[in-house]
Design a binder for this molecule. Structure first.
Ligand SMILES: N[C@@H](CCC(=O)N[C@@H](CS)C(=O)NCC(=O)O)C(=O)O
Length: 230
């Protein structure tokens, strides 16, 4: 039985589809729609794993949640370790750092802004708003600095890795939920253009959410789409 990926519409689980498309790993895709009222995961998805969030993968007896864990599991178990750099690789430390930075630093910094917006706390002078915005700006600046001309991909140089697969969702589809501009970050924009040119990325995006007809959100400004239509 092939690997099964439970994908929630417009969510982080798109990263697993992209990974499998990059590695040509066969998978069964089970799509789940968000609740139109809360945008949360439906009961069928929540019941699969105690974490109750997307993604969830099933592989034989294994049921796994948490994006980075799933990415590592799939690449190591089904992809022969491709897109992961080994400890002997000259860029190993950079790879590990950026692989974890996506969910360990960027996502929390975006989520803090999202929670404040959802709570209606938007006054730019509010100390929490200032703190949250400052942390997000610092993250985006750090990422932009990393993606200078010498670094086509995040681990450094020309080598596309799982760190790239982890990084893109918060900068693209994630902006349906937390809209922010990337206009000040030319290196991130050039990076997203390169991502959009990857056939595997385009294939994954068209397989993931065909009914939603989402624009890919690879440009400077966030998508304007009404979240309730997701
Ligand atoms: N750190 C977790 C976060 C998972 C997560 O929050 N997923 C969101 C989609 S981006 C979700 O399932 N939202 C619906 C819900 O919380 O019910 C991961 O990367 O897997």
């Amino acid at each position: 039985m092939p690997l099964t990926i439970h994908h929630l519409g417009a969510s982080t689980s798109e990263r697993l589809l992209w990974l499998c498309e990059e590695l040509c790993i066969p998978y069964t895709l089970i799509p789940h729609r968000r609740s139109s009222r809360t945008l949360l995961a439906p009961r069928e998805l929540r019941s699969l794993h105690p974490q109750g969030t997307a993604p969830v993968i099933q592989d034989g007896d294994v049921v796994l949640a948490e994006t980075a864990a799933c990415v590592e599991y799939i690449a190591q178990k089904h992809g022969g370790g491709r897109l992961f750099l080994s400890p002997s690789h000259a860029r190993y430390a950079d790879f590990v750092y950026w692989f974890h930075w996506a969910n360990g630093t960027l996502m929390p910094n975006i989520s803090r802004v999202m929670v404040l917006q959802m709570a209606g706390i938007r006054d730019a002078k509010h100390p929490m708003v200032k703190f949250a915005q400052d942390r997000l700006d610092k993250s985006l600046k750090a990422l932009d600095d990393r993606l200078t001309a010498g670094n086509t991909w995040l681990a450094g140089g020309e080598e596309f890795t799982a760190a790239d697969v982890m990084m893109v969702f918060p900068l693209t589809t994630g902006r349906y939920f937390t809209p922010f501009s990337l206009a000040k970050y030319p290196n991130i924009l050039a990076y997203l253009k390169r991502v959009g040119e990857r056939e595997a990325y385009r294939r994954a995006m068209s397989k993931g959410d065909p009914g939603l007809e989402l624009e890919l959100a690879l440009g400077a400004e966030p998508p304007k789409r009404d979240l309730s239509k997701l």
